[in-house]
Design a binder for this molecule. Structure first.
Ligand code: APR
Length: 249
């Protein structure tokens, strides 16, 4: 870590020490060092390989459910073989040692923050390992009894309703309570860390602007530039697995 980053790191450690309430917004970058692909990394991000409308929208699911179900099955399979990385662990340890001080809001659906031991994770975009019904359930819709055939998602044998991943797709509302809790944290914090996110997707990225408008210090932790850099007080250029253990010393 160069001397400029070290100096900036010292400043952020001071803000961390002085803060009464720290809000953290994480994105796919915090799971990159666990071996989980991000979305917008130019070479290997998911959106370099797939069209987001095909794979992360209700219309894309309706037009080709097998294709989307297969992609989520592959992502779920991957999660069985990856572990939280030192960035996840550093965040969890800090939250455990400072009860009530840090609120963790994540855009990630991979469950790695929870597996690392972070308490009370606010998951804005749902959870990869969960399912829900695509249409309103009929009295016979039973996720345990739903049958899958020929690579199609499991369906209700009575009404043909399909299961779908319990994640938020583009054009869908975020879980109301999660968003409300995340906005409360953004408005009450005196330090906001935005870690491993391009800051390209709303309303999640808007949380950082809300914190900024309330006068919170804004720190971006990312090896690359982001859409949030313009409102940052400090940008720590590096990966989360390298920076977070150093930051939360
Ligand atoms: N440490 C920290 N940041 C990293 C690392 C790393 N090791 N590797 C990559 N990054 C950064 C990238 O530079 C990029 O800024 O992580 C960010 C990942 O950005 P995206 O792929 O856009 O992911 P994210 O910001 O979480 O996307 C938000 O978009 O597609 C939807 O629902 C999806 O939740 C996702 C949302």
């Amino acid at each position: 870590m160069n001397s400029q980053t070290q100096t900036a790191m010292q400043q952020v450690r001071q803000w961390l020490e002085q803060a009464k309430h720290v809000a953290v917004l994480t994105g796919a970058g915090v799971s990159a060092e666990s071996g989980v692909p991000t979305f917008r990394d130019t070479q290997k991000g998911y959106w370099a390989e797939f069209d987001v409308q095909d794979m992360a929208s209700v219309s894309g699911y309706r037009s080709n459910p097998a294709r989307v179900w297969q992609w989520y099955s592959e992502r779920r399979e991957l999660m069985l073989h990856v572990q939280p990385n030192p960035g996840h662990t550093a965040l969890a340890s800090y939250a455990q040692q400072h009860p009530g001080k840090l609120t963790l809001v994540t855009q990630n659906v991979d469950g790695l923050h929870e597996r690392a031991g972070s308490p009370h994770v606010i998951a804005l975009h749902g959870e990869l390992m969960g399912n829900c019904w695509l249409n309103d359930a009929c009295p016979m819709c039973d996720a345990q009894a739903a049958l899958s055939a020929g690579g199609q998602p499991p369906q209700c044998s009575a009404c043909g309703n399909m299961l779908r991943p319990a994640v938020v797709w583009f054009g869908e509302n975020l879980p109301a309570q999660a968003l409300q809790d995340a906005e409360a944290a953004a408005q009450q914090c005196d330090l906001m860390l935005a870690i491993g996110t391009t800051g390209a997707v709303y309303p999640a990225a808007g949380l950082v602007f809300q914190a900024h408008q309330r006068g919170a210090k804004i720190v971006i932790i990312n090896p690359d530039d982001t859409e949030l850099d313009g409102i940052a007080d400090v940008c720590l250029k590096g990966t989360s697995a390298q920076i977070l253990p150093e930051l939360f010393l």
